[in-house]
Write a protein that binds this ligand. Sequence first.
Ligand code: NAP
Length: 282
Amino acid sequence: MPASSHDFPPAVLVTGCSSGIGAAIARGLRDRGYRVFATYRDPRDGERLGKEGLEPVALELADPDSVAACAGEVTERSSGRLQALVNNAAYGQPGAVEDLSRDVLRHQFEVNLLGTHDLTVRLLPAFRRQGGGRVINMSSVLGLVALPYRGAYNATKFALEGLTDTLRLELAGTGVLPILIEPGPIASRFREHALTAFRENIDVAASAHRDAYREELGARLESEGKAPFTLGPEAVLAKTVKALEARSPRPRYYVTLPTYLLATLKRALPTSALDSVLRRIG
Ligand SMILES: NC(=O)c1ccc[n+]([C@@H]2O[C@H](COP(=O)([O-])OP(=O)(O)OC[C@H]3O[C@@H](n4cnc5c(N)ncnc54)[C@H](OP(=O)(O)O)[C@@H]3O)[C@@H](O)[C@H]2O)c1
């Protein structure tokens, strides 16, 4: 059950609820009795979320005005009392590091890091005023280890790890707890969206990596949900509930076997040995 000192349902804001992990978290928290503000971009998704008993709020993370409007709307509608922010929305831009244009890399950071940071700092004053709250950031196993052709996404998730670790140190004693969730492969629309970003932004024919793109990357992105050890999004919901409701939550929650395995190998192996493992699974 949600912990709340108030006599009305505790409220949470979950970003990126049109599909996948965000949708599962929003519905799961609603079912546990939370009042859930659920963000969307396409108005048709907003309408659908409203019919599901969620409170839709528009949010485009790459647009600072949209982030400000979302934070303002949620602060007002929740009377400044939010139990948690779940920063879930993000996308993956595949492609070799040398094939990323400055604009493409910038957009990946605008969405996955800068918009997320902006939304968080806009809500922190309310968390501070009420003497606590949880900022649950959806990172990834790719925030812990790198893989070939994931450089843009790796960079944003490594940055999210750094920002969250720093925030945790800075907020010590305030009652506001930043927490990272580290999923490995989860069935969602993530790969479909990554394939679109790949097709739109990477010039395969002009790339030194074109053979690898044609032989490996394309096939992998098209195999939606079929990576080994893939779990359903409810596995991430379960860890999010722990992050939200545990009296003393951990700073990091791992989801899926690959996350446990690779996080352990990262701690145990020298970089060159870890590289040879990562090259094989990349
Ligand atoms: N699936 C995995 O294997 C996996 C593994 C590790 C970590 N993760 C992380 O889990 C989180 C959720 O991903 P998912 O797997 O559920 O993928 P998904 O099905 O593609 O969902 C991503 C969500 O983010 C939203 N979003 C994307 N760009 C946005 C933007 N510019 N502004 C606002 N919202 C935006 C999407 O909205 P639209 O529908 O409007 O695009 C969608 O609701 C992400 O942080 C991802 O990095 C996923």
